[in-house]
Write a protein that binds this ligand. Structure first.
Ligand SMILES: Nc1nc2c(c(=O)[nH]1)N[C@H]1C(S)=C(S)[C@@H](COP(=O)(O)OP(=O)(O)OC[C@H]3O[C@@H](n4cnc5c(=O)[nH]c(N)nc54)[C@H](O)[C@@H]3O)O[C@H]1N2
Ligand SMILES: Nc1nc2c(c(=O)[nH]1)N[C@H]1C(S)=C(S)[C@@H](COP(=O)(O)OP(=O)(O)OC[C@H]3O[C@@H](n4cnc5c(=O)[nH]c(N)nc54)[C@H](O)[C@@H]3O)O[C@H]1N2
Ligand code: SF4
Ligand SMILES: [Mo]
Length: 758
């Protein structure tokens, strides 16, 4: 299966490769954010907008889920936050005239970059059956159409309702209520492709699928691991927190196949010394690990702890944990040669890290996609928990687990019930509050939704945000699956590929973004979000909406629900008139939200309860924190094969491509690059600058992503890296993580083949 890259006006002919940067941020980052913003908006709008990011009366940065420090600086945003804001506050528009000019067939040949740069959607549009062009439709007619398609299904489970993590708590809560009242738990979300493995591992071992630390804990830690994460690009303000932790005495261990800028050196653009000086060297140890070597690394660290006298917190283990003996016994069979092969690291480095562990009373482990998107991600994260439990590093200041979330409200959406496998308690509370019987059978996650559309058992797809077709694996399979449905509905701020790859009929419902004022019948509304550290706070937009026709996500969900589930007699109109009435309902259904309306109006909002963090209470099956046994299988690839990770460039937000540069990695004006170690290139007889096709090899056949420029790069041996979404074609739908079912997009077995000459 070969997937042809889009042939539009954006191509890689200007691609330039220069040296990778040693440090992140500083003056170039400040300049970049202003330059990017000024391409999208006027100077006045730029200042007005950026002044409100993360301020108490402003909106929550849509960039990522990193928390706000309690004491906010006047410039409390980073380069990539500013880019995310500029993309939303852009003055470019996609209106009815645009759709009259461009057929869907034309749009489907364009790149994600080209589509995203067209700007904001302005009015509801319908692609009628058999037509080539979207045409305007009224909101009422759009809602009626959805209601009639849903009513025509034989079974509610023939529809699937996706959510992306920018959606507010209020919209998410009403959306899951509507979907369950309609009769299904088919609520896949971006989390299924993101931190699902973290949730699965943490619920089993600690009883809560969320991080257990606050920013204060990071500042108090003695040792911080940053594993499988590129904060310089994806959570830039985390670098300020790491810098502060370091100033307070913490040491940092970075575990990554790539020497990511920022982890190694960081210049804080919000401090004069950071702008002028050389910056802080953040990582005290850099473990340049082979892809998927983390389970072996943590097992080795655990082995060393088990062998060291007085290294364990015996009281904590006895009082608060379960399964220690079985875990310790299994660890004895660890083979050091497997560790060296899996990690590519030497014994001396592992021993050095071990000495730092022994010298540290308080340890935090942070991680992101480098740990969650592998076949064995859940066992790997469980092993990280074993590591922390051994020295009692959970549930006390300065210590704990820190899965760093991606989308700015992905954690909140899950708290609000966006989940295909809801807990019985949650459904009981819903039933109590709203007087209906929610479905109990588990629904489809992302991968299961694609399979069900492919097999014809899901016929209607709705997306509350996101870009399903570009974010999911196995692009060719997913596109065919979506095209086989009767109706696709996208509730979106900006044009993307999911509007071009559609079912028999398709609707685009344009919505307000975070930055925009949300005026409803009772007056201006605010929404709420939850960050990566379980803090809930308000977000208020101030800008004039991109078009007078836009509706809020809440209003759209209410409009659909009112017509789709009239039997459930709920005040949908009052919900959308006054969001306080939604929050009142949430406060009665979701634990931790008591007094929601009052508490969210306090200056910093509030932090949700977390048993392990607050009181060493572990709501697991055993009632204790669970040690687990995680068999190590070294991921071996055949001769001439490499392990590919698909990752983000500095100039993208998932499938939204801001620009074609990846400044810190030395790439300009192009995205079809593959980073490979020079020695691997030599062994493959391929040179830096060669054009190659990437070919993934799985039992169900080969997949080809053609035309990548080879870049000799300092990555771990046997590994390579390239950007998503271009490489999603290489990830087989059925290659998913055990337990969490997350697509394996960080360890894809590929070979490089010289591209045929053009
Ligand atoms: N500017 C910007 N910000 C973002 C996003 C964005 O696209 N752009 N996306 C948001 C979202 S939704 C998310 S989930 C986060 C993602 O944040 P990250 O997880 O930082 O994103 P990736 O680019 O996927 O980077 C994965 C990192 O893990 C490393 N890695 C890969 N495989 C392995 C491995 O096997 N072991 C180890 N130890 N490391 C490995 C890679 O080298 C890379 O540094 O960022 C959020 N923030
Ligand atoms: N190969 C590979 N694939 C991956 C990953 C990877 O590392 N490698 N990462 C995965 C991860 S971690 C994630 S989270 C997913 C991301 O998957 P998604 O969340 O589905 O994708 P995004 O690109 O974030 O969605 C962007 C679109 O959201 C819409 N949007 C933006 N803001 C708003 C808003 O406020 N409201 C509404 N309604 N719509 C809005 C815009 O129309 C925009 O085009 O991708 C996954 N896919
Ligand atoms: S770190 Fe994330 S939330 Fe904070 S300003 Fe940057 S992009 Fe926005
Ligand atoms: Mo994510």
């Amino acid at each position: 299966m070969v997937t042809t890259p889009p042939a539009d006006d954006v191509d890689d002919r200007g691609l330039v490769v220069g040296p990778a940067k040693q440090y992140a941020a500083g003056i170039p980052a400040v300049l970049q954010s202003l330059r990017h913003a000024s391409r999208q908006m006027s100077a006045g709008r730029t200042l007005l907008t950026l002044a409100r990011v993360n301020q108490k009366d402003g909106f929550d940065c849509p960039g990522c889920a990193w928390p706000d420090p309690q004491h906010r600086n006047s410039a409390e945003f980073c380069e990539n936050g500013a880019k995310a804001v500029a993309e939303e506050a852009t003055q470019r528009r996609v209106d009815a005239a645009f759709f009259a000019r461009h057929s869907v067939t034309d749009l489907a040949t364009r790149s994600d970059y080209w589509l995203g740069q067209r700007g904001r959607l302005t009015e509801p549009m319908l692609l009628a059956a058999g037509r080539q062009h979207y045409e305007p439709i009224s909101w009422d007619a759009a809602f009626d159409l959805i209601a009639s398609e849903l009513a025509a299904l034989d079974d509610p489970n023939e529809a699937s309702f996706y959510t992306s993590g920018r959606t507010s708590n209020e919209a998410a809560f009403l959306y899951q209520l509507f979907v369950r009242a309609f009769g299904t738990n088919n609520l896949p979300d971006c989390s299924n492709m993101c931190h699902e493995s973290s949730g699965s591992a943490l619920v089993e071992t600690l009883g809560v699928g969320k991080g257990s630390v606050s920013l204060e804990d990071l500042y108090r830690a003695d040792l911080i691991f940053v594993v499988g994460q590129n904060p310089g690009t994806n959570h830039p303000r985390m670098l300020s927190a790491l810098q502060k932790a370091k100033a307070a005495g913490a040491a940092i261990v970075a575990v990554n196949p790539l020497p990511e800028a920022g982890l190694l050196r960081f210049k804080n653009p919000q401090k004069a010394s950071g702008i002028i000086g050389n910056g802080t060297v953040l990582a005290d140890e850099f473990a340049q690990i082979r892809i998927n070597g983390d389970l072996a690394l943590f097992q080795a660290l655990n082995r060393l702890l088990l062998e060291t006298e007085d290294a364990l917190d015996d009281d904590f283990i006895a009082e608060h944990t379960h399964g220690f003996l079985a875990f310790a016994a299994a660890n004895r069979s660890l083979d050091w040669d497997d560790v060296f092969e899996a990690t590519g690291l030497g014994r001396a480095l592992i021993e050095r890290i071990h000495q730092r562990v022994l010298a540290s009373e308080r340890i935090v482990v942070c991680w992101a996609m480098g740990l969650t998107q592998h076949k064995n991600s859940v066992p790997t994260i469980r092993e990280v928990v074993n590591f922390l439990l051994l020295r009692g590093n959970v549930g006390r200041p300065g210590a704990g687990v820190c899965p760093v979330r991606g989308h700015s409200n992905v954690q909140g959406d899950r708290t609000m019930g966006i989940y295909e496998k809801p807990a019985a308690d949650f459904l009981d509370a819903l039933a109590n509050e709203f007087g209906f019987d929610p479905p109990r059978a588990h629904g489809h996650d992302v991968v299961e939704t694609i399979r069900a559309m492919r097999d014809g058992t899901v016929k209607v797809f709705m997306g509350l945000g996101g870009n399903f077709v570009s974010a999911t694996p196995d692009t060719a399979v997913t596109e065919a699956a979506l095209r086989g449905t009767r109706l696709t509905v996208q509730i979106s701020t900006k044009l993307n590929r999911s509007h071009a790859v559609t079912g028999g009929r398709a609707l685009i419902l344009p919505t307000l973004g975070r930055t925009e004022a949300d005026l409803q019948a009772s007056g201006p509304q605010f929404v709420t979000v939850e960050d990566s550290m379980s803090a809930v706070h308000a977000s208020r937009g101030h800008l004039r909406p991109a078009s007078p026709q836009l509706r809020s996500e809440v209003a759209i969900v209410c409009g659909i629900a009112e017509r789709t589930v009239p039997g459930l007699d709920l005040p949908w109109t009052s919900f959308s008139a006054d969001y306080d009435t939604i929050r009142d309902r949430i406060s009665r259904v979701v634990p931790g939200f008591e007094g929601f309306n009052e508490r969210v109006r306090t200056a910093d909002g509030f932090v949700l309860p977390h048993g392990p963090r607050d009181a060493r209470m572990f709501p697991t099956v055993t009632g204790k924190a669970n040690f687990t046994v995680n068999p190590l299988e070294v991921l071996r690839v055949g001769p001439g094969r490499l392990l590919l990770q698909t990752l983000r460039s500095h100039d993208q937000y998932n499938t939204t491509i801001y620009g074609l540069d990846d400044r810190y990695r030395g790439i300009r004006a192009g995205r079809r690059v593959v980073f490979v170690h020079p020695s691997d290139l030599a062994a493959l007889d391929i040179a830096d600058g060669d054009q190659v096709d990437l070919i993934s090899e799985y039992a169900d056949g080969e997949r080809v992503a053609p035309g990548f420029r080879v870049v000799a790069y300092d990555t771990a041996r046997g590994c390579c890296a390239a950007y998503f979404p271009e490489t999603n074609v290489l990830v087989p739908l059925d290659n998913t993580a055990q337990i969490s079912n997350t697509p394996v997009s960080k360890s894809v077995v590929i070979r490089l083949q010289r591209s045929p000459a053009h």
